[in-house]
Design a protein around this ligand. Structure first.
Ligand SMILES: Cc1ncc(COP(=O)(O)O)c(C=O)c1O
Ligand SMILES: N[C@@H](CCCC[NH3+])C(=O)O
Length: 471
């Protein structure tokens, strides 16, 4: 590499000016920003990052890299915090962990033992929950295109609620429930027409998208009529999910107002008040030092005020509330550990230099940067460094120039092959959205707790990949 220290300093200064406005030059490039990491993460006296008392060198030596490392007690305490905050604020409330964020049988058991329900949205997630022995009556099934097989399995297992999303599904479910001589407990997924302040691909309550029945267009009221007329369906409530990675409670306020407006119309037309109300998930987490998410107690207190106020305005009693957080429970509990393979100093216009730090994973284990332009942070985890902080981009090993994990971060200038990099906040929608592009096997999930580490989802192997190839 032709990057001299002297030139590096000059270039680094130019690089500082090329950083995105939110990215601060760190006073100490070794410091860990607490909001981004599980509480048990710290840098030991030897400079190595530890989680639950285990250093990342030991984790890499035993389990290899890349690997997702999840702090079990952190996950459990976030799950409990949501449960306690919402039962505290509403008296009675239910928290369904959204398994799409990350699910395996062990995590399903953590969720069950913390007293939460589970939101699944496919046959595969349902199968995982059932294999874990998750109580079926505490499972909710979502999906805009549930198959006959998925609905049948849900009915046979006795899931507690099916959130219906289309008129076709209502017909399908009516037939399947009648054939089994059961009464399916259903909620209606409504579209409330809210433009949530998040990336357009993860907003789900504006009118022009695939989910739900529109309240404004009258489809939701029509779905209520259809379901109430079917003896094999029991309508237990209305559901709204406005999107994901949302910090601003104003979207929930509008959603609650519109859904409860429908609840009032139902009372006026049919003489009933539906007993349950689900306001979905979507609570944002910190991915960088600039993010400042609300803690569950504040969210719960804010939502209680909103729901009580709207119910009072419509003269309704407060329904039993449920929510479906996924990201906010599992996201911050996990980091991904990578090993650096190559480093390039790339000269940009104006003489600035950006360090391209290539690691042994990439867009197959974290597609969020490429898909949503998401921001992440990272740290040199295997040692402390006294080198200056330089602007770096952490990239993967795949055949795409968009294969970026961390777009912009300050890393020590001496980061090089063999170093370990940890990227926090990767518990949600990373392993669950992982792919095998370029035939790169998917990383394992390692759970740590009280100084012990174990595999809860093993690393995929080349044999796993080739097992599907029957040619
Ligand atoms: C219906 C539903 N509920 C819950 C969630 C969980 O969202 P999050 O992980 O952002 O809390 C999602 C995903 O956006 C969803 O579609
Ligand atoms: N997968 C998305 C969120 C969508 C969640 C499901 N509706 C993310 O990574 O942020």
């Amino acid at each position: 590499m032709t990057y001299t220290h002297e030139a590096g300093t000059l270039h680094a200064e130019a690089g500082h000016r090329r950083r995105p406005p939110w990215l601060q030059v760190p006073d100490d490039v070794n410091a860990l920003v607490p909001i981004l990491w599980p509480a048990t993460v710290n840098r030991g006296d030897d400079g190595v990052v530890r989680i639950a008392g285990i250093d990342v060198q030991a984790l890499a030596a035993e389990f290899g890299t890349p690997a997702y490392v999840v702090d079990e007690l952190d996950f459990r305490s976030r799950a409990r915090a949501f449960r306690d905050a919402f039962t505290g604020a509403f008296g009675e409330a239910e928290v369904f962990y959204a398994g799409k964020a990350f699910l395996c049988t062990e995590v399903a058991r953590w969720v069950a033992s913390e007293g939460l329900g589970l939101d699944v949205c496919s046959g595969g997630e349902l199968a995982t929950a059932l294999r874990a022995g998750f109580p079926a009556e505490r499972i909710g099934l979502h999906g805009n295109n549930k198959s006959v097989a998925e609905l049948s399995r849900a009915l046979d297992a006795g899931v507690g609620r099916i959130i219906v999303d289309s008129f076709d599904e209502i017909s399908r479910l009516t037939t399947l429930a009648a054939e089994r001589d059961v009464r399916a407990r259903v909620m209606i997924r409504t579209t409330v027409g809210v433009e949530a302040h998040t990336h357009e691909y993860i907003a789900t309550a504006h009118e022009d998208q695939k989910f739900g029945f529109s309240i404004a267009g009258g489809a939701a009221a029509q779905a209520v009529r259809r379901i109430l007329a079917e003896p094999s369906l029991e309508l237990i409530g209305l559901h709204s999910h406005i999107g994901s990675q949302i910090y601003d409670t104003s979207g929930f306020e509008v959603a609650a107002r519109r859904v409860l407006g429908l609840q009032a119309e139902i009372r006026d037309e049919h003489g009933i008040e539906l007993p349950e109300l689900d306001l979905g998930g979507g609570f944002g987490i910190a991915y960088t030092s600039q993010d400042d998410p609300q803690p569950p107690e504040e969210l719960a207190a804010g939502m209680a005020v909103i729901v009580e106020h709207e119910c009072a305005a419509y003269g309704l009693s407060v329904p039993r509330l449920s929510i479906e957080p996924g990201r906010a429970i599992v996201g911050p509990s996990t980091f991904t550990l990578y090993e650096v393979g190559t480093v390039k100093a790339v000269e940009l216009d104006g003489g600035a230099v950006r360090r391209y730090v290539s690691v042994d994973g990439g867009m197959t284990d974290n597609i969020r940067t490429a898909l949503y332009d998401a921001d992440y942070s990272c740290t040199l985890a295997s040692r402390r460094s006294d080198a200056e902080a330089v602007l770096a981009r952490v990239v993967g090993k795949h055949c795409e120039s968009g294969d970026i994990i961390v777009k912009d971060e300050f890393l020590p200038a001496d980061v090089g092959p063999g170093d370990l990099i940890a990227v926090p906040g990767t518990g949600a929608y990373c392993r669950s959205m992982a792919s095998t592009y370029n035939h790169v096997p998917r990383p394992p999930v390692i759970a740590v707790r009280d100084g012990a580490a174990r595999v809860i989802m093993r690393r995929e192997t080349e044999d796993d990949l080739l097992a599907l190839d029957v040619g």
